[in-house]
Write a new protein. Structure first.
Length: 241
């Protein structure tokens, strides 16, 4: 296997994967197997590992995109004449647009038709056909595992996203609780400050009242003393007479 065939983050062997599985984000459908099957058939017929050319070419000064089938033209040319019976099937399997690729049922029908034709054509073609079918089964099993792994990975990503969202809600709830506690603390502080002010105010009022009482008592005592002095003075005058 060429090292460059493994240089892909997609789940599968790069050169067997369809365009939609190599894009970001990758998309996996049942038509992925159909594309891989077309590559397997071609590789089996020419006895070479798939080697698609660059996806674009320079034509009259402009970059022109090549279809997946065109990217394999240099390998398709290596097919022996008697093997071109598979050419139509390969081309349909390698369609860039997944919706244009045959379904599994249509592909099975076409393969049976080719098989019937091959059986009439001799043992060599029959051997090639059997190898192709065997290769398809191997690729199908491999890709089925990759697709299952991709589905499981997507599920795990969704679960992680739900966990993250739940944690964010919890953090938000904790933030609201903290803000509420801070408001309550602020309210308690305001209440405490008011009580201190009220205590001071009441103490000041009480002192004023008490001071007034003392002043009145002092004034009353002063009047009593003056009265006593007047009485003493009168008694002294009476005694002198």
């Amino acid at each position: 296997m060429p090292p460059e065939a493994l240089q892909s983050s997609a789940k599968g062997t790069n050169v067997f994967m369809p365009p939609e599985a190599l894009q970001k984000p990758p998309r996996y459908t049942d038509k992925l197997d159909i594309f891989s099957f077309g590559n397997c058939v071609l590789a089996t017929l020419i006895h070479q590992w798939p080697d698609p050319s660059h996806p674009t070419i320079l034509k009259k000064g402009n970059l022109v995109a090549l279809s997946e089938y065109q990217r394999r033209k240099h390998q398709i040319k290596l097919m022996d004449k008697e093997k071109t019976i598979f050419l139509g099937l390969i081309k349909r399997c390698l369609e860039d647009d997944e919706t244009l690729r045959p379904s599994s049922a249509d592909l099975a029908t076409e393969v049976r038709q080719i098989q019937a034709s091959v059986e009439k054509g001799g043992d060599n073609l029959m051997s090639t056909f059997k190898k192709s079918v065997s290769q398809l089964q191997l690729a199908k099993d491999e890709n089925a595992q990759y697709i299952q792994a991709a589905i499981q990975l997507q599920k795990e990503i969704a679960d992680l996203a739900e966990d993250k969202a739940r944690q964010q809600r919890e953090i938000s709830s904790l933030g609201e609780d903290k803000a509420r506690q801070q408001r309550e603390i602020s309210t308690l502080a305001e209440d405490k400050a008011y009580l201190v002010w009220l205590k001071i105010k009441l103490s000041s009022t009480w002192l004023k009242i008490k001071l007034g009482q003392l002043q009145r008592e002092k004034s009353s005592l002063a009047e009593d003393k003056a009265q006593q002095q007047r009485e003493i003075s009168n008694l002294a005058e009476d005694k002198a007479r």
